[in-house]
Ligand binder design. Structure first.
Ligand code: PFF
Length: 441
């Protein structure tokens, strides 16, 4: 059977950007940046994104198109049977991520409901913090929304590659962009907001530690959807005459811009309302309602905002689901429906302890972390960078000629950057990521 293909280059870029832009940029980036002191973190993050990030993005897409197969098949076909293990690891990482990602995706649905009900429209930091903590630590409410999010994800994946993913991304990503701009402008006019801008943009290098660097690297991998095969799978659907470097550059650029906008949307509000910048995972959910409370028609804005956040999360979740289901389809010849339902049920089950670890099960910890934090840390800060190193080694040493052919399509003046990319795959990426990983552990 012929593999599905994207309808157009733009469709491919938007779908890949849809995978990348999600809770990573809008939920995780602002709180991780503010826990790590703001400006210096931002610089390090951007440094990683535009060097390793862009190289890895191109390598994954090229590998996918060269192999015409999703992660496991791609590693096996191009590298041999041992390399297939890297593909298996990617599928596992996708599975682990989606199980906690869906919990947070559920929060966005809950916040749509809470916006409609009007209960979160307040500018009192204490009240908003209380609502959020009360909600995520409740034993049943978040699970209900976690199930709803997982069901929505399955629904989109069953719509098929092109129809489901592409159509959704095309309309709603630009809407999200505009919405964020509106919120930034409103936020900047709040008294005290400029302290937040300064915190976010002014680098304070005395705050940089090994943790800052590993958090920045992990967040770069997470928010660009790298190191676990998502971009390999998406690359396998790209037509042969589409330029990969150009597409990859767009995806990286768009994602970084959304991260920046998210920072500018959340941090000024943190300072204007006196929230704690190190508040952690609740930051976006706690601060944004305070901004809405100060807007004319704030309740409507709140509903629209959380709907767009849900869609951003959904397009990312869909790509995670696609990695896991296309693996089951390609490797075990399962039907799409069966594969999606089976995997979604298993991921739902793993998401249950993740969600409960933020409430009634918070005392169960390993390495000082509960299930939710452990899944998050292990995937972003360890497994994805590790997947990136292995991919770089394969691309740089074993299959460089095939990668080079893919990257040369549709690009002029390949003379300079191709050797630089090869060097990065062979030496720089493994050395740099290896160093950060060893230090981090
Ligand atoms: N990049 C997504 C986000 O930032 O929300 C998360 C993600 C999606 C990671 C897909 C990995 C992936 F394959």
């Amino acid at each position: 059977m012929a593999r599905s293909q994207w309808g157009s280059r733009l469709g491919f870029i938007l779908a890949a950007a849809g995978s990348a832009i999600g809770l990573g940029a809008i939920w995780k980036f602002p709180y991780v940046a503010s826990q790590n002191g703001g400006g210096a973190f931002l610089l390090i993050f951007i440094g990683f994104v535009f060097t390793l990030g862009i190289v890895m993005m191109m390598a994954e897409m090229a590998l996918g198109r060269a192999a015409h197969s999703s992660a496991v098949g791609a590693f096996r076909k191009m590298g041999g049977k041992h390399w297939a293990l890297v593909g298996y690891m990617g599928v596992l990482v996708g599975f682990l991520i989606l199980s906690f990602y869906s919990v947070v995706g559920g929060w966005t649905i809950a916040y749509i409901a809470k916006s409609i009900g009007g209960e979160i429209i307040s500018s009192d930091a204490k009240v908003l913090g209380g609502i959020f903590t009360g909600f995520i630590s409740s034993p049943s409410e978040p699970l209900f929304y976690h199930a709803a999010f997982m069901a929505l994800t399955v629904g989109v994946v069953l719509g098929g590659v092109q129809k489901g993913i592409e159509n959704l991304s095309k309309f709603l990503m630009p809407a999200l962009f505009v919405m964020m701009l509106v919120l930034i402008v409103r936020g900047l006019f709040l008294p005290g907001a400029l302290d937040g801008v300064a915190y976010f943009l002014d680098p304070d290098f005395s705050k940089v530690s090994a943790k800052t660097i590993i958090d920045a690297l992990g967040l770069a991998f997470f928010s660009l959807s790298l190191g676990m095969g998502a971009m390999i799978t998406y690359g396998s659907y790209v037509e042969k005459d589409t330029s990969i470097p150009g597409s990859a550059a767009w995806v990286v650029l768009l994602t970084t811009v959304v991260c920046l906008l998210a920072g500018l949307m959340v941090l000024p509000a943190v300072f204007a309302f006196g929230f704690d910048p190190s508040a952690g995972p609740g930051l976006t959910f706690i601060t944004m309602p305070a901004v809405f409370a100060k807007m004319v028609g704030g309740q409507l804005f709140a509903v629209v905002f959380f709907v767009l956040l849900l869609v951003a999360a959904l397009t990312s979740a869909v790509s995670l689901m696609e990695v896991v289901t296309s693996f089951m389809i390609d490797e075990f010849h399962m039907r799409r429906v069966q594969a999606a339902l089976l995997m979604a049920s298993l991921m739902f089950v793993l998401g249950v302890p993740a969600s409960l670890s933020l409430g009634i099960w918070s005392e169960y910890t390993l390495f000082g972390k509960g299930v939710f934090d452990l899944l998050d840390y292990a995937t972003s800060n360890v497994l994805m960078p590790l997947g990136g190193v292995l991919l770089a080694l394969l691309a740089g040493w074993k299959i460089w000629p095939q990668i080079e052919v893919q990257l040369a399509v549709g690009t002029r003046s390949s003379a300079l950057w191709l050797p630089a990319m090869k060097l990065t795959c062979r030496y720089i990426a493994p050395a740099l990521i290896g160093f950060v990983l060893v230090n981090g552990l």
